[in-house]
Design a protein around this ligand. Structure first.
Ligand SMILES: Cc1ncc(COP(=O)(O)O)c(C=O)c1O
Length: 281
């Protein structure tokens, strides 16, 4: 089955898509994106992803005119053309194509690009046994609530993780745990589930919100909190949440084992609830 691409109204095989060298996404990172997972042909949590796309676009003053239903229809069409029922959908919206000047160009239409690829899930042992993480200094800007294309600090942090032979880097700003380079983070402390408080320094995760909903439905108390590095290292449980990784146990932070290096009961229960939730989409 081919990977499919969509660019400004047209579907084709992904390999045939050509983006202008004057696209502001390419020149300036002047755009935003979303990653959505499709389970058995259904794009998951579309309303939530769409509303974050609108938030990101509004905050950087890109206006686009695809409503949630029309956009959803595009996603279904692309998925069907690709033939992938478990798909990874990437949406990128940029300020469009114009000669390189920093200020906004006049009369330029945004570029809408979407790719449809097969979802490659993590090995089952990784999902069951958990991963190691390191902490790194958060050198990003202070609007991380916008899912911007400017991912250089995230790229560098993920590379640092790879070189340290761990799965993820966790950003720490002013002594507080913020999120992973590509994920949100939860800890269990005193039996209570905690995740960093929401503000401009952190992306409000779609998966994070689903996990919070699931926890509350199952009687697990959840708190947005200021989580220190000490809280993280001494946590009873730690896990990551994200579209492509779902709920992923963390068993080691900076070389210190969490819970003797085994995923904990709250994490495993939420992992199970999440699997059930997406199987019913
Ligand atoms: C920096 C960052 N935080 C959090 C997340 C998780 O967000 P979501 O669950 O919406 O995929 C991502 C996902 O890519 C991310 O890049």
């Amino acid at each position: 089955m081919p990977d499919i691409g969509y660019l400004n109204g047209h579907f084709s095989s992904l390999a045939e898509i050509a983006i202008s060298p004057d696209d502001r996404g390419f020149l300036f990172g002047d755009g935003i994106y979303e990653v959505i997972r499709a389970y058995h042909g259904v794009p998951a949590f579309w309303e939530e992803h769409y509303s974050r796309l609108v938030h990101s676009a509004t905050e950087i003053q890109i206006s686009f005119h695809l409503g949630p239903q029309d956009f959803y229809h595009l996603l279904l069409t692309g998925l069907q053309q690709s033939g992938y029922s478990d798909g990874k959908i990437y949406i990128q919206l940029t300020r469009g194509v114009a000669p390189r000047e920093h200020g906004f160009p006049l009369n330029t239409k945004p570029t809408v690009f979407i790719s449809f690829r097969e979802m490659r899930v993590l090995p089952i042992e990784t999902i069951k046994e958990g991963v190691k993480v390191i902490t790194v200094s958060d050198i990003r800007w202070d609007r991380c609530d916008i899912k911007s294309l400017n991912l250089l600090p995230n790229v560098l942090a993920k590379q640092q993780a790879q070189e340290a032979k761990v799965f993820e880097s966790i950003f720490v700003r002013d002594g507080l745990v913020i999120e992973g380079a590509t994920s949100n983070i939860f800890i269990v402390k005193e039996g209570q589930l905690r995740t960093p408080e929401r503000n401009h320094f952190v992306l409000s995760g779609v998966t994070q919100q689903q996990v919070i909903n699931l926890a509350q439905e199952h009687g697990i108390e959840v708190k947005f909190d200021r989580i220190t590095l000490k809280d993280l290292r001494e946590a009873e449980e730690v896990f990551l949440a994200g579209t492509t990784i779902e709920v992923l146990p963390v068993v080691d932070v900076d070389g210190t084992a969490i819970r003797n290096g085994k995923p904990g009961p709250v994490t495993c229960a939420l992992q199970q609830h999440f699997t059930e939730l997406v199987s019913q989409l």
